[in-house]
Write a protein that binds this ligand. Structure first.
Ligand code: SF4
Length: 496
């Protein structure tokens, strides 16, 4: 999971790209990078949080009015400075690329890129392979002269990518002497939104990003989403070219709404905040129906992604909402921490129960999702330690039963608690009096009920096993899980 941005502006873009990284920091805290260009490319990247990597001096060296940025989602090993995005190549033109997603046919693509021995891979990142495929297809003996000719060439190159590359990919790219390019895979699995602002001279500036969380701060107005299969090119003179090259079902990731995206984001023309409120409403209705005699005294969210859905859940149930668990926000989210032992240690370290909210009460804890189950079990134990009379558990997301191969670093199936336990077994494992998961139908309803969106059917492969790009079978699952395990030991390609 990562965050990407691309900006075309009338003035220097480096500071705004830095702001974009800050506003997308929740999508990746492991590393970050910025590439800008004027007559040559300028790059700065590093491992850690944006504020640890960038400073006045290195931002000042990133000159140019066009650029891209990348936030890297934490991974478990095999991760060096050389694998931090954006990647770049000097042939042809000078191209840099930032990618959010995961290619599922990396091995085939890597073999293709290197077979002619005209290109070499310096890393094990699938994003580098994507860059070289793109660059190869743009390499012409007689380069196009006009913007229109160049856009036609871009269309041909991206169509070839759509034909060859499987998996998920939202991309921002800069090409020296040409401008800013963005495209999104044919099913639009990973998000990519767009915004515009007036430049004060009758022209416009343009921004593209994984989420619109920085638009207001930077003065951009949201202009919807980059459509699945769409290519957009902003030439150096500010001309805008766009074409939807392939039309397939629109299958954006549903987990963005459940967990990843910031609540103030609007993705695929659906408000994340409102979708979470609806998740809470739908789950409360199901709770009343299934457990009419188990109405809690208090609803406490597992902070902080579940806060929004817990609020509407409590409201719908007519019981008090309480922030009975205080979260120390200076510790990273446990979902993205590398090892189980660290995770176990960190829950009590980062969540502090408020006894006055818990003692002698029937407490319902609400979480956005249950992935491995360790955090949930620790929370339940903490509530009992602090005197809860009964503990109920409501989960805004249905059981996560399958790994994600589209850019979210979910564990292998064996590590998922719902990978081999049914809901009764999970209820017992969590040591709760009642457990209720949202069902898939109600989750989809919550995400798609409102908004002027074009979503056909969200990707829910981690919930229902239907991999929307039709690229995952049993053999591929084994291959991808082996690669994922190798990633952790630092040997194999990694998604972005
Ligand atoms: Fe999102 Fe799950 Fe699909 Fe991955 S498998 S893209 S996490 S919905």
């Amino acid at each position: 999971m990562c965050g990407i941005a691309g900006i075309y502006s009338h003035g220097p873009v480096a500071a705004e790209l830095y702001d974009s990284i800050i506003h997308l920091q929740h999508r990746g805290q492991d590393a970050a990078g910025i590439v800008t260009y004027d007559n040559r490319m300028h790059k700065e990247k590093g491992v850690g949080l944006a504020k640890e990597i960038f400073n006045d001096d290195n931002i000042g060296l990133l000159t140019g009015n066009i650029g891209i940025s990348h936030n890297r989602y934490p991974t478990q090993g095999g991760f060096g400075h050389g694998e931090v995005q954006p990647f770049w190549t000097s042939v042809p033109y000078g191209i840099a690329l930032a990618h959010n997603g995961n290619l599922t046919n990396y091995n085939d693509l890597a073999a293709e890129v290197t077979k002619t021995e005209t290109r070499y891979l310096n890393t094990t990142s699938d994003s580098e392979v994507l860059l070289h495929l793109f660059a190869d297809d743009l390499h012409q003996e007689v380069p196009p002269q006009t913007n229109e000719e160049f856009f036609d060439l871009l269309c041909e190159a991206v169509i070839k990518i759509f034909q060859k590359v499987t998996g998920a990919y939202s991309v921002t790219s800069v090409i020296i002497g040409k401008g800013l390019v963005v495209f999104r895979d044919p099913q639009g699995i990973r998000p990519l939104v767009r915004g515009e602002r007036s430049n004060g001279n009758g022209g416009k500036d343009y921004i593209f990003a994984s989420e619109n969380t920085m638009f207001y701060a930077l003065g951009y107005k949201p202009k919807g989403t980059v459509l699945p299969g769409e290519l957009i090119y902003i030439s150096e003179d500010g001309s805008v070219f766009s074409r939807r090259l392939v039309k397939k079902e629109f299958n954006p990731c549903i987990f963005e709404y459940v967990y990843f995206a910031r609540p103030d984001a609007t993705l695929n023309d659906v408000s994340v905040y409102r979708s979470r409120l609806r998740m809470g409403q739908n789950l409360a209705q199901a709770w009343k129906h299934k457990n009419p005699n188990k109405i809690p005294d208090i609803v406490i969210p597992a902070p902080s992604t579940a806060n929004t859905s817990a609020l509407s859940f409590a409201h719908e149930l007519g019981v008090r909402y309480s922030e009975g668990l205080y979260k120390n926000t200076f510790i990273g989210r446990t979902f993205i921490m590398p090892e189980q032992t660290e995770r176990k240690k960190s829950v009590r370290y980062k969540l502090v129960p408020q006894e006055t909210e818990i003692r002698d009460k029937k407490v319902l804890i609400m979480d956005d999702s249950i992935v491995r189950g360790n955090t949930s079990r620790e929370i339940v134990r903490m509530l009992k330690d602090f005197g809860a009379k009964e503990v109920y558990f409501a989960c805004a997301c249905p059981p996560v039963q399958n790994p994600c191969f589209y850019g979210v670093d979910m564990p292998t199936k064996a590590e998922l608690i719902a990978g081999d336990m049914d809901e009764t077994e999970i209820e017992k494992y969590l040591e709760v009096d009642v457990l209720l998961y949202q069902n898939i139908k109600d989750l989809v309803e919550a995400v798609t009920r409102k908004g002027n969106h074009y979503i056909d059917r969200p990707c829910m492969a981690c919930l229902d096993g239907k991999y929307v790009a039709d690229d995952i079978n049993h053999a591929k699952t084994i291959e991808m899980e082996i690669m994922r395990n190798d990633n952790r030991s630092g040997n194999q390609p990694q998604g972005a």
